[in-house]
Design a protein around this ligand. Structure first.
Ligand code: BTN
Length: 249
């Protein structure tokens, strides 16, 4: 029987499904629990940003995962979650979804889905992750605040048909569970190769934040941990552990 989604809490509205799960020990203790809301009023994104809720039915879900791998694999899990979402969107909508390190999901260069992985202190030695997934299913970029319109898209806009969140969620859970099992089976390197194939990042010029300013260079690939390696014009290699990159080509 499928582990992810074996129990699902469905809500009409939540502030943030991730915050809700993180605040409830009884949720965090259930490996595979999925909390899904039809609307979010205070959605959170990576790097302290907000996750905007477009009008229409969108996917806002948080999945509780007790990884059967070392805590050191958490960055890889964050990438693998993006891979699962990109593959699921291709499964359900036949779109060519690509990944932007670490785990933004884009279609035709516009963001269609985002992932926020958060961890909690372990309980009785069990590591507990909350994988928050937001997918823009319905409406179009013109429904978003003006400053976001050029950067995002929706599945309905890309496919020309009304896409419902539930089949998207089921496809994501299926892909994610299979990948987590592969990770636990010792296949991290293969998963990161699959991630890199969907990311098309190698050889691209990217900009990134440094502690004392901004850097720019050519992406070389990812490390076995899932960190991004970028070489700048001076030949200096930067290992990006977290944060984001901007395309410069
Ligand atoms: C990002 O790209 O910045 C990550 C966005 C993650 C959004 C999802 S929606 C469900 C879950 N609850 C939240 O508050 N955030 C995540």
């Amino acid at each position: 029987m499928a582990r992810l989604g074996n129990a699902t809490v469905r809500l009409d509205e939540a502030g943030s499904t991730n915050s809700l799960v993180l605040g409830k020990e009884s949720y965090l203790d259930q490996d595979g629990l999925v909390v899904v809301a039809r609307r979010q009023t205070a959605g959170r994104g990576r790097l302290g940003r907000m996750w905007t809720s477009l009008p229409g039915d969108q996917l806002f879900a948080s999945v509780v995962v007790h990884p059967r791998t070392a805590a050191a694999d958490t960055p890889a899990i964050s990438l693998i979650a993006g891979l699962a979402v990109a593959e699921a969107l291709a499964d359900v909508c036949a779109v060519d979804a690509r990944l932007k390190w670490p785990n933004d999901v884009h279609v035709r260069g516009k963001k269609v889905a985002g992932i926020l992985v958060e961890s909690t202190p372990s309980s009785r030695g069990v590591q507990r992750l909350v994988i928050g997934i937001g997918v823009n299913c319905q409406g179009s970029a013109s429904d978003a605040p003006p400053e976001l319109q050029s950067a995002l898209t929706t599945l309905t806009q890309e496919t020309g048909r009304l896409v419902s969140p539930d089949p998207v969620l089921q496809a994501i859970l299926k892909r994610l569970e299979a990948h987590l099992d592969r990770l636990a089976g010792g296949h991290k390197a293969e998963l990161l190769v699959a991630w890199a194939r969907k990311a098309h990042v190698v050889g691209r010029r990217v900009g990134f934040a440094l502690s004392d300013g901004r850097g720019e260079g050519i992406a070389q690939g990812i490390t076995p941990e899932g960190y991004l390696v970028v070489e700048d014009v001076a030949g200096l290699r930067h290992i990006l552990v977290s944060g984001e990159v901007r395309w410069r080509d």
